[in-house]
Design a protein around this ligand. Structure first.
Ligand code: MN
Length: 134
């Protein structure tokens, strides 16, 4: 789907992500509702520049597939990693982390939430500007 002259996106942008759990503007399109047999849920998330989600964990783990732009991924106690279109991030269960766009670029990823019978997400505190810019 063409959303502008310069950008082609794969999925619709979806709904605005809840401000309670996101800083800045992000958009979520559910691609696969939580499947009771596969125990898997899949969503597409678009982060505008500077946008990120709160610190959080996934009791059943999560895989991110970056499909556009440049973003950040950070696990608690480690330095921020730059993630780019084509990167795949494997997030083990219960690892405290956040993900989002970089300051100057949007970032889009597909989020695969696995083992959802254990829980999908546990939200924690927002990522401060100091943490984001570190
Ligand atoms: Mn996550």
């Amino acid at each position: 789907m063409n959303t502008s002259e310069n950008q082609t996106t794969i999925f619709p942008k979806g709904e605005k992500a809840p401000a309670e759990y996101f800083t800045g503007n992000a958009w979520i399109k559910l691609l696969l509702p939580n499947d009771p047999i596969l125990h898997t849920q899949i969503g597409n998330v678009v982060f505008e520049p500077g946008a990120r989600n709160n610190w959080h964990t996934h009791p059943g783990g999560q895989i991110l597939i970056v499909t556009d732009g440049v973003g950040y991924y950070q696990e608690k106690g480690k330095s921020v990693q730059i993630i780019r279109k084509g990167d795949v991030v494997n997030i083990p269960p219960n690892v405290v982390h956040w993900h989002g766009a970089s300051p100057d670029s949007e970032m889009t990823h597909i989020a695969v939430n696995s083992n959802t019978q254990k829980g999908i997400v546990v939200w924690l505190q927002p990522v401060t500007d100091k943490e984001y810019n570190s």
